[in-house]
Design a protein around this ligand. Structure first.
Ligand code: 6PG
Length: 251
């Protein structure tokens, strides 16, 4: 459960996108300075689109060492990369096609691969190879962005899914009957909770109930189980999404 201390309420989605872009630039600057590169894991869904678009603007993008940035994805649906529902396509449209990041540093989850288990294992191996994690170690992203579903899911970690109990694999294939696109690939809690910084981006009145539940109850909803063991957890919401929660000072 995230305490209120991690919660920043922004006036509206545009202000949240600006705040998130600043957080990303700061994290990228620190990671490149301290570790020589920025290991950045993107969220899917619609909410992050405004943040990615803001980050792609010169005022932000010119402050990021894209040549030292490695891009990964938190989850992907079982669709091709040019499909309207593809998380990769959204990120590519809003950000990756607009910044000078080497294609070899963008690691797309192959959700469209028919052998879903094979695709999950292959992505886990890609992450380990790209980051250089040793056997038995967990890959540590410098920043992971996440969204929040109205049922409390995050990435493609949905309530009641067996993958919530995964303690070894970093990437899993899941089948979510309730989701519009049931077959997905997702990072698991071990790798999310190994991150140096996790940032939830949540906007809209439809998220107000679930934000209150996740942030104020000890419920075992997936988003409430994202608690970095040695990292920072930040919740960025707009006023509408925080409307039912005793909020911190609005930005
Ligand atoms: C996905 C996302 C998912 C998303 C939430 C919120 O692939 O569906 O990873 O976890 O973040 O469903 O989606 P919105 O931002 O569109 O509300």
């Amino acid at each position: 459960m995230a305490s209120d201390a991690n919660l920043t309420v922004c006036a509206d989605p545009a202000t949240l996108a600006e705040a998130a872009a600043h957080l990303i630039v700061d994290a990228a600057t620190e990671a490149v300075r301290d570790r020589g590169r920025f290991l950045f894991c993107l969220a899917g869904g619609e909410t992050p689109r405004a943040t990615y678009a803001r980050l792609a603007l010169p005022a932000f993008s010119e402050r990021v060492r894209w040549d030292r940035t490695w891009i990964f994805f938190g989850d992907e649906r079982a669709v091709p990369p040019d499909h309207p529902e593809s998380n990769y396509r959204m990120a590519h449209e809003a950000l990756l096609s607009r910044v000078p990041i080497p294609a070899s540093q963008i690691f797309r989850m192959r959700g469209d691969q028919t052998d879903a288990e094979g695709a999950a294992a292959a992505y886990a191996a890609e992450i380990a190879a790209a980051i250089g994690t040793k056997r038995g170690e967990l890959p540590r992203f410098d920043m992971v962005l996440l969204g929040l579903g109205i049922d409390g899911h995050t990435a493609s970690l949905f309530p009641g899914s067996p993958v919530l109990r995964e303690v070894f694999r970093t990437v899993a294939a899941v089948h979510v009957a309730a989701a519009q696109i049931p077959q997905r690939l997702t990072l698991t809690f071990p790798v999310l909770n190994a991150a140096a910084r996790v940032v939830f981006l949540v906007t809209g009145p439809e998220k107000a109930k679930i934000v209150r539940t996740v942030l104020s109850e000890h419920g075992g909803l997936p988003a409430a189980l994202v608690r970095p063991t040695d990292g920072e957890l930040i919740w960025l919401t707009d006023r509408a999404a925080a409307a039912l929660h005793p909020v911190s000072q609005a930005r």
